[in-house]
Design a protein around this ligand. Structure first.
Ligand code: AMP
Length: 749
């Protein structure tokens, strides 16, 4: 290429500049835009926008796409996100935890946020209203409750428990929320919306994920507005209102009081069935602090705010000699009368009633003595001479405090771990020996908390100890103490040589007499009578959760609150679609239909489970409903089918099972009645002998459904193998059941 002259070079440059300026000032084509007319370059319309004419200065968004106020013109248009997906809810008493996945369509933006709308619904399919506005919804809107305030995104209503959303109700950046302070035993509906910066620009109705839940029982809310009346030198009358959210029938109120100057040393409590109490025996001219809390079968509510009351000053005593003589005479005659009554009763063999015998069936009847009774707490140590109601440790603000209130701390050096015997939800279960000062060493079972636990896991782990520590019955596993001050944390219980009942029965298949089996069942029923009288609902009563000691005494165990949801291999997830349950795991084969469908757990649902335990015991650890799927179990039970009597099971025992499996929970016997029936059978063993009552079923047996491969079986033995009942081959042969036809007609008989 030759060298150009300087004049040619300068004209080429001028031509280039001219053509460049022409292109800059040219109008943009369709699909392109230039924000300012002039020399700028044309840009392509961003995603989901367009320009329908030439020389466009901007690209408007396609229909249903938007640009947020902060979006630059060069930003693509976007749209609202679709609804969140895969919502999982887990109800815990009166709170619910909701978790979900990101929407499938984020609308082309990354500024995704979530909001929760909460509605409280009256009854099944009844109308729903906003949680916050419905009475009792946002804390029940207590009169005088005070102003509403929004603190850190959580709705708070001063002085009363409002529905709370943690971390907040709107503008959630993480896909979860916990909703607290809902009303017990109530249906709620939650709508989960995903939003972004263009959601408010769209006229389309927002899509949402819907979750329906039913809350469970909960302790009552705080007692408010305590007033005093007639304060004298030695006594005061207190009055208060029923808590805003009783969440059940209030069984009693605890009144706690102590001298203001003396809090650390001791405090006393008084119980009252009414919303008033007379506190007597106070010191004159002394300041006292009073607090009141309500108690239902679900546990205790929080104590009220402190109320300070000063008793009246003592007037100087001015007794004349005559008055003193009268007082002395009255005291002496009182003492003589007391001694006379005492000696007389001793002669008649009268003893003070022992606690369990005082209790009758049902909670309300537990109150057959005086309205008010005193319990003393000294130096922070509590004795429970009259403990009548189980206290849910989760009603404590700090559940770790509960464990130390109920259970004794044991130094780790007092324990020698010898071997691992099983594995629990939180870690290994070991056998070991414990030696307390001045005592012989005793065998113990040690449940350990595995390393790397979370704070919540530790709380749940220790909650079981707090629950167990409140029980004292020969058929309920006994807590020896806890180790919390060193690692690993441990729960120490009495050692049960024969382990869990289900495996024990399987190991000893066919080796017990009917009377022995009824004896095992009687023990379990006695333990459950005690627990239900205390208001404790087990929820996972099954042979695997009963322990057996070397004397064949059965003891109810497994009181972990979370185990039903997490631990139990027989627990199954259920879905709202089929059974109105959100999240959570339930041991379907052992659980009453109303507890599966509506989470209505009660002592009556425990009775249903007890019926299944009876079946497990009389079939030597057979799996209830054999190989039926959980779904089929639910369907069959709902259609009225019930487990047939196991081979060799006497008719009266099966009749009792069927009573436990009454659809209407009010028709089921109570545990104390079950104990009575079993006692009668033990006393009259001839009723247990008759084998021919074996299949006298009141309701149809679990027919072909329970035996899915019936048609594919060629013989009775084949069929027995299929349903894992081979051990009954001889019984069937001896009974003349040689063909499947015979078996079918036996079932229908
Ligand atoms: P758990 O976590 O209570 O279900 O316990 C797990 C397993 O450890 C049980 O199935 C029993 O085999 C065993 N186990 C638990 N507690 C005891 C005990 N007190 N005595 C003997 N074995 C126990």
């Amino acid at each position: 290429m030759g060298v150009q002259s300087p004049s040619l070079q300068s004209s080429l440059f001028t031509l280039f500049i001219l053509s460049f300026s022409l292109s800059l000032s040219a109008a943009c084509e369709m699909g392109f835009y230039k924000p300012v007319a002039g020399n700028g370059l044309c840009g392509k319309c961003p995603h989901h926008s367009h320009s329908e004419t030439r020389a466009a200065l901007s690209c408007p968004c396609d229909s249903n796409y938007y640009r947020a106020a902060d979006d630059p013109p060069a930003a693509p248009c976007s749209r609202p996100p679709s609804a969140p997906v895969n919502v999982i809810s887990s109800v815990n008493g009166t709170s619910v935890n909701l978790e979900w996945d990101r929407p499938q369509d984020t609308g082309g933006r990354s500024d995704l946020k979530y909001s929760v709308l909460c509605q409280k619904c009256s009854g099944e399919g009844g109308p729903c209203g906003d949680c916050a506005s419905s009475p009792g919804g946002a804390g029940g809107g207590k009169a005088g409750g005070g102003a509403s305030a929004s603190v850190g995104g959580m709705v708070e209503r001063l002085g009363t428990a409002a529905v709370r959303f943690v971390p907040r109700q709107t503008g959630l950046t993480e896909p979860w929320v916990t909703v607290l302070n809902l009303v017990a035993h109530t249906n709620y509906s939650f709508r989960l919306l995903a939003m972004n910066a263009v959601t408010h620009l769209s006229n389309e109705p927002s899509t949402y994920a819907l979750v329906n839940i039913t809350t469970n029982q909960a302790a009552p809310s705080e007692v408010m507005e305590i007033r005093q009346q007639n304060t004298s030198q030695n006594s005061v009358i207190l009055l208060w209102h029923e808590p805003n959210q009783p969440n059940g029938v209030i069984l009693e109120y605890d009144i706690k009081y102590y001298e203001k100057e003396n809090e650390a040393h001791s405090y006393s409590t008084l119980k009252s069935k009414n919303t008033s109490a007379r506190v007597s025996g106070l010191k004159p001219g002394t300041k006292y602090i009073f607090q009141v809390r309500a108690r239902t079968s679900a546990g205790c509510g929080d104590f009220s705010q402190n109320v300070e009351i000063q008793t009246g000053k003592a007037a100087p005593l001015r007794y004349n000699t005559m008055t003193i003589i009268w007082i002395c005479m009255a005291l002496v005659s009182g003492l003589v009368t007391f001694l006379a009554i005492f000696i007389c009763r001793k002669r008649q063999g009268y003893t003070l009633p022992h606690y369990p015998s005082l209790l009758h069936c049902g909670y309300s009847k537990a109150f057959q003595d005086s309205d008010e009774e005193k319990m003393h707490y000294q130096n922070g140590h509590v004795s429970f001479p009259d403990a009548r109601f189980y206290i849910d440790p989760h009603t404590y603000e700090d559940p770790c405090q509960a464990v130390h209130e109920f259970a004794r701390e044991i130094e780790a050096s007092r324990i020698k771990i010898e071997k691992i015997i099983g594995s629990g939800e939180f870690g290994e279960v070991c056998y070991g020996r414990m030696r307390l000062p001045g005592k012989r060493d005793i065998p113990v079972a040690l449940k350990t908390l595995k390393a790397g636990y979370t704070e919540k896991q530790k709380r749940d782990f220790l909650a079981e100890a707090s629950i167990m520590a409140q029980f004292d019955h020969p058929n309920v596993i006994r807590l020896e103490g806890v180790v919390t001050q060193s690692k690993p944390a441990m729960i120490i219980t009495e050692y049960m040589e024969n382990g869990s009942l289900d495996s024990f029965l399987r190991r000893h298949d066919g080796q017990f007499t009917v009377i022995q089996l009824v004896g095992l069942l009687r023990g379990i029923a006695a333990g459950m009578t005690y627990l239900s009288d205390l208001g404790y609902i087990h929820r996972d009563l099954a042979a695997r959760n009963i322990l057996v000691n070397s004397n064949l005494v059965c003891k109810v165990s497994d009181f972990g609150l979370s185990r039903v949801l997490e631990d139990d291999p027989d627990a199954a997830y259920t879905t709202s679609v089929s059974f109105h349950i959100e999240g959570g795991k339930i041991p379907i084969r052992w659980t009453a239909p109303e507890a599966i469908a509506f989470r209505k757990f009660s002592s009556s649902s425990d009775v249903w489970s007890y019926g299944v335990v009876m079946w497990e015991v009389t079939s030597y650890g057979e799996r209830p409903y054999w190989n039926l799927t959980n779904r089929d179990v639910i369907k069959s039970v709902e259609e009225g089918y019930r487990l047939p009597a196991p081979m060799g099971c006497p008719g009266p025992l099966h009749t009792l099972m069927l009573d436990c499996w009454q659809k209407d929970r009010n028709e089921r016997p109570r545990f104390c009645q079950i104990v009575t029936v079993l006692d009668k059978l033990i006393r009259n063993p001839e009723n247990l002998k008759s084998m021919d009552t074996l299949c006298s079923l009141n309701s149809p047996p679990l027919m072909e459904r329970a035996i899915p491969d019936f048609s594919s079986c060629n013989s009775v033995n084949d069929w027995l193998d299929t349903i894992k009942m081979s051990r009954y081959k001889d019984h069937f042969a001896a009974g003349g059941y040689q063909t499947l036809g015979h078996v079918i007609s036996m079932n229908q008989g």
